[in-house]
Design a binder for this molecule. Structure first.
Ligand code: ATP
Length: 169
């Protein structure tokens, strides 16, 4: 991916500022290796009308009654995200299941489960691992979407504090 950032004149940057750090490149390689296996393992877990992922049985009953919960479509440090289907409307949602044990002291900020519209196109991290590079017009579009989203959050006095490719859908 090629990106252009405008930095303050006094800020010095080196080549290594643009190279992946050891942990980052390890994560990219692990992701590439695990990607194919994950797709095979989870491919039988779609949120069809009658299918329910066995692990989804661990969810609270009201949720299981409302949604047919299917395969994992993403995971992060605090949550797993599963595709699910509203049993009444038939609409698909992404159900984010947050591990409250990992949010010690901040429990009051989080709902343990939240269903939002799903993105079927993966996140920017997936795209970076799949594409060898992005063109300038693509990079420009990505950055303009990102900055407009950040501007919107700032207009609501919200600071994201965790902007990274995995969080850009
Ligand atoms: N609405 C959605 N549709 C599709 N995939 C999603 C959706 N929301 C999240 N994901 C996937 O799930 C992954 C984990 O979600 P998220 O980043 O919200 O979890 P987290 O535990 O808060 O992550 P973090 O490691 O940033 O703290 C994302 O990187 C993304 O791939």
């Amino acid at each position: 991916m090629q990106m252009m950032f405008s930095l303050p004149m006094e800020m010095k940057v080196n080549q290594e500022d643009f190279e992946l750090e050891f942990e980052e490149s390890k994560a990219v390689l692990q992701f590439k290796a695990a990607g194919a296996a994950l797709k095979v393992n989870e491919s039988s877990g779609a949120a069809g009308d009658n299918e329910q992922s066995p692990l989804a049985n661990l969810l609270p009953q009201p949720l299981r009654l409302k949604y047919n919960v299917g395969k994992i479509i993403g995971d992060g440090n605090f949550a797993v995200v599963r595709i699910c289907k509203d049993r009444t409307s038939g609409k698909d949602y992404a159900l984010k299941i947050i591990d409250k044990a990992k949010c010690k002291g901040k429990e009051h900020y989080v709902e343990a489960e939240k269903a939002v519209p799903p993105s079927h196109r993966g996140d920017l991290f997936d795209s970076i691992t799949q594409a060898s590079k992005f063109s300038e017009p693509q990079s420009r579009l990505l950055i303009s979407h990102l900055t407009s989203a950040i501007a919107y959050l700032h207009s609501l006095s919200i600071v994201h504090r965790d902007i990274k490719p995995e969080n850009l859908l």
